[in-house]
Design a protein around this ligand. Structure first.
Ligand code: NIG
Ligand code: FE
Length: 429
């Protein structure tokens, strides 16, 4: 067989190969490294993985890339972002340095709500332009696939504008995108002073927004069919000053009945029982987990739900308290790692930076951090069959790193080791 491309001479070909399940517990330490490895690519997909001499001998190829004794690994999968937004939160950044609390800022109409007013005012074009800059940065740092949430509109018009922006980004940018509707991100300003306001807003989400978005998803006309055959998630912020457990459950149940995948922001500051609720509903992921209980960790172990950790948030809050991920992995959970890129709690595009923080403050080993940013992250956005590892049949999303030891990714914090990025078999960087 003649192939399109062979990448050869990798000192470490880190495949992150998995079975049909996400890597749980001790399996998170297995990277399935091929020494002096090569990978052959045809029609955007991986057709062979093995020793360099064997792969080069078996296939003729249109093109080769010599990895020069460096690391070849899967491109990173970013499973939780809020990168579509307008403006910034620089004022809040200074307030937080001076001691202000995130939830208090939100309660006083700042935080997420300040990004909501900026995003409502922005044109679609502006929103796309501002987001491209952020995606460019993520791509340079090795992310080739990213989930993006809405949630800075909190009215139908702006939430749809955000989805339009997400669809446009998927079309024009090399980073491949998985959309998530996060209408239940915060109580909109116009519902705040009203009695039962947050319940009325939940009615609006369940009775109007979700059915409309479910229809749009199916139609070829809107989003040009972009989201039709892809995972599409619905997420909620289950938290004090946002939505309680019953409200979050209602949103997720409605979403499930309309065929959406489920995600939930839970246990970031307050344990409202959201983790248990979301696991019971079969959520694909539960995210943050700073104050998850031991009982809920046990439930997570016995489920197919991925626990997503976002240590960039704690770092950005200047906090020394991090989710106890060591305990979760040792108990047998499947953990994915994310930057949670957003203007308030984590304006950070770098998964290697998140790895560095997770290794130091949450006691992950670099191998666990890498599996958490590739194969387990692919599971967290419903793309595990095609993304997140270097295995035959998967899409060829591959990095060459400027190092001969993958551990350097987490060790040299603040560096960008990405030398080459291949997306769908095509060299982008
Ligand atoms: O994941 N916690 C809620 N949502 C985001 C923050 C969004 C924002 O502050 O703008 C998060 O941390
Ligand atoms: Fe988030």
């Amino acid at each position: 067989m003649k192939v399109d491309l062979i990448i050869h001479n990798a000192k470490q070909l880190v495949t992150c190969a998995s079975s049909s399940e996400a890597k749980k517990g001790a399996l998170m330490r297995e990277l399935s490294i091929v020494e002096n490895g090569a990978v052959a690519i045809k029609d955007r997909k991986i057709v062979s993985v093995g020793k360099s001499d064997e792969v080069l001998h078996e296939f003729s190829t249109k093109e080769t890339i010599d990895a020069k004794g460096k690391v070849v690994c899967p491109a990173f999968v970013e499973c939780h972002t809020h990168i579509v937004f307008a403006g910034n939160r620089l004022n809040e950044f200074e307030l937080k340095i001076k001691g202000a609390d995130y939830l208090e800022i939100l309660e006083n109409g700042g935080g997420i709500i300040s990004t909501v007013s900026q995003t409502r005012k922005a044109s679609l074009k502006d929103l796309v332009q501002q987001s491209v800059r952020r995606l460019d940065q993520m791509l340079k740092l090795g992310t080739a696939t990213a989930e993006i949430k809405t949630g800075y509109g909190l009215d139908l018009k702006t939430e749809l504008k955000m989805l339009d922006a997400i669809a446009e980004l998927d079309k024009i940018h090399a980073v491949e995108i998985v959309p998530t509707f996060l209408g239940a991100h915060a109580i909109p300003p116009e519902y705040r002073e009203v009695k039962r306001g947050s319940d009325d807003y939940i009615d609006l989400i369940c009775e109007e927004m979700l059915p409309i978005i479910a229809d749009l998803r199916q139609s070829e006309r809107n989003y040009k069919g972009l989201f039709k055959n892809k995972p599409f998630f619905v997420d909620v912020f289950c938290e004090k000053n946002a939505f309680n457990r019953a409200q979050s459950k209602r949103v997720l149940e409605t979403a499930k009945s309309l065929g959406f995948g489920l995600k939930a922001h839970v246990d970031e500051f307050t344990n409202l029982g959201g983790a248990q609720m979301a696991i019971e509903l079969g959520a694909t992921s539960i995210d943050h987990l700073d104050v998850i209980s031991d009982e809920e960790i046990e439930m997570l172990v016995n489920s197919n739900t991925i626990g997503v950790i976002t240590p960039t948030v704690n770092f950005n809050f200047g906090s020394c308290e991090f989710a106890d991920v060591r305990k979760m992995i040792d108990a047998g959970c499947a953990i994915a790692l994310s930057t949670d890129f957003n203007p308030g709690s984590a304006p950070c595009p770098s998964l290697p930076n998140a790895m560095a923080i997770a290794c130091r403050y949450q006691k992950l080993l670099p191998c666990e951090a890498l599996n958490a940013s590739t194969i387990n992250a692919a599971f967290a956005i419903g793309l595990s069959a095609t993304h997140g590892s270097i295995e035959i049949g998967k899409q060829a999303d591959i990095l060459i790193l400027d190092t001969d030891d993958y551990r350097q990714l987490a060790y040299e914090f603040g560096w960008n080791l990405v030398e080459t990025l291949i997306k769908g078999g095509k060299k982008i960087i």
